[in-house]
Design a protein around this ligand. Structure first.
Ligand code: SF4
Length: 341
C-alpha cells in the first residue's frame, strides 16, 4: 500500500466541533462525551471549538455588539448572570459553568474577517459580556490579545470588562486601541471585603490585585475604571464595606466608578439559592423575601445607589455617565449595564 508522502500534514489542524455540535454531543452523552476535551491542572475541562462568527449582535443593551472568545468561566462567581447562558450548550449553570470551558480557537481569525468587511462601520463593541476574557486560560490561548490586536488594526472602539489582572499583560495593545479608536477597561471589583470575596468569587484574583491592575493601566494612559457590580445584599452592601471599597478604588487611580445591585434570573437564581442553602442557610429566607422578583425592590436599590453616590463624592471619584432608561428601570443586566458608552 502506498504511504502518503506527508501524512502528518493531515493531522496538523484537527477538525474542531462547533458549539452546536458540542451541545448535541453533551445532550446525548453528557460532558463525558467530549472525548477531545482536555482536563488541566486547575481541574477544569477545556473543549476547543470553532466558531462561525465572532461579533455577536445584541438588542436592548447600551451597545449593539459583543465579543466572547470563551464560554464558561473558571472564576466561578456565585452571582454571575452569565451562568444561565451555559444551558445553551446543554450544560448546567452551576458546576459546569465554572468547570467546562469552550475555547473558540479560530475566534481572532473570524473577527479579523468580520472587521475587514466594508459593511463594518466601527460601532462600539463590548468585550467580555458572557465570560471573563482574562480568566486564567487566556495565559495559554491568548485569544483575547489576538482579538484586541485585530480591533486596534480595524480602529474599532471597545469597552472591556474583566476581573483578571492579566489584562495588564496587554497594555501595549490597549494603548494602540486608545490611540486608534476609543478604549475603556472596566475592572470588576464588587467589594474589597475579604470574606465576601472568598465567599462569592472563589476563582478570582484578590480585589487589591485587581485594583493594582487598574493603577497600572491608568498610569499607562488607558481609560480604566471600576465597576462595583454586583453589590450583593448582606455580603457587600453595608455602609462600612461600601466605604472601604470606594476608598480603595479612589486610591487606585480609577478614572470612574459605577455600581449595580445583584439580580437573579433563571439558572443563576437556582445556583445562588443552592449556594446559600449549602453555605449560609440562615440567610436564605431573607434572600427569598428580597428577591421575589429578578431585582430587589426599587427602594432598596435606590438606597444602595444613593449611598454609593455620597461616598463617591466624598472620595472624589467620577461617576460613569448617565444611565440608559433600561438601566434606570433595572432592565439591563448589571455587568453589561455598567459599560460606559
Ligand atoms: S468573572 Fe465575570 S464572567 Fe466570570 S464568573 Fe465572575 S461574573 Fe461571571
Amino acid at each position: 500500500m502506498a504511504v502518503p508522502a506527508h501524512p502528518l500534514l493531515f493531522d496538523l489542524e484537527p477538525k474542531r466541533p462547533t458549539t452546536r455540535q458540542v451541545a448535541d454531543l453533551v445532550k446525548e452523552g453528557g460532558v463525558s462525551a467530549l472525548t477531545d476535551a482536555e482536563t488541566r491542572a486547575d481541574h477544569a475541562t477545556y473543549q476547543e471549538v470553532r466558531c462561525r462568527s465572532a461579533l455577536n449582535r445584541v438588542e436592548g443593551m447600551p451597545f449593539r455588539w459583543t465579543l466572547n472568545p470563551y464560554r464558561g468561566c473558571t472564576h466561578g462567581c456565585h452571582y454571575c448572570f452569565a451562568r444561565r447562558y451555559h444551558v445553551q450548550f446543554e450544560m448546567n449553570a452551576s458546576d459546569q459553568f465554572a468547570s467546562v470551558i469552550l475555547v473558540k480557537m479560530n475566534f481572532a481569525d473570524v473577527l479579523r474577517a468580520e472587521l475587514d468587511r466594508p459593511a463594518w462601520t466601527r460601532e462600539q463593541v463590548a468585550f467580555g459580556t458572557a465570560t471573563d476574557p482574562y480568566q486564567p486560560i487566556e495565559g495559554h490561548y491568548r485569544l483575547t490579545r489576538a482579538s484586541l490586536e485585530a480591533l486596534a488594526r480595524a480602529k474599532t472602539p471597545i469597552g472591556l470588562i474583566t476581573k483578571g489582572p492579566m489584562v495588564v499583560r496587554d497594555r501595549d495593545v490597549l494603548q494602540d486601541l486608545t490611540k486608534a479608536a476609543e478604549c475603556s477597561v472596566y475592572m470588576s471589583v464588587p467589594t474589597v471585603d475579604e470574606d465576601a470575596w472568598r465567599q462569592l468569587e472563589p476563582g478570582t484574583a484578590h480585589p487589591l490585585k485587581r485594583l493594582r491592575a487598574v493603577r497600572e493601566l491608568a498610569d499607562a494612559g488607558i481609560n480604566a475604571g471600576v465597576l462595583m457590580a454586583p453589590i450583593v445584599p448582606g455580603f457587600s452592601s453595608s455602609r462600612a464595606k461600601l466605604e472601604r471599597t470606594i476608598k480603595a478604588i479612589a486610591d487606585s487611580g480609577a478614572r470612574f466608578v459605577g455600581c449595580n445591585v445583584m439580580y437573579l434570573q433563571d439558572g443563576t437564581r437556582q445556583h445562588f439559592m443552592a449556594f446559600l442553602e449549602r453555605e449560609f442557610p440562615a440567610m436564605k429566607p431573607r434572600f427569598e423575601r428580597l428577591y421575589q422578583k429578578k431585582y430587589p425592590p426599587e427602594t432598596y436599590r435606590k438606597d444602595v445607589k444613593a449611598m454609593v453616590r455620597v461616598l463617591q463624592q466624598r472620595y472624589g471619584l467620577e461617576p460613569r455617565p448617565e444611565m440608559t432608561k433600561d438601566e434606570e428601570e433595572g432592565n439591563a443586566e448589571p455587568e453589561q449595564a455598567g459599560f460606559r458608552w
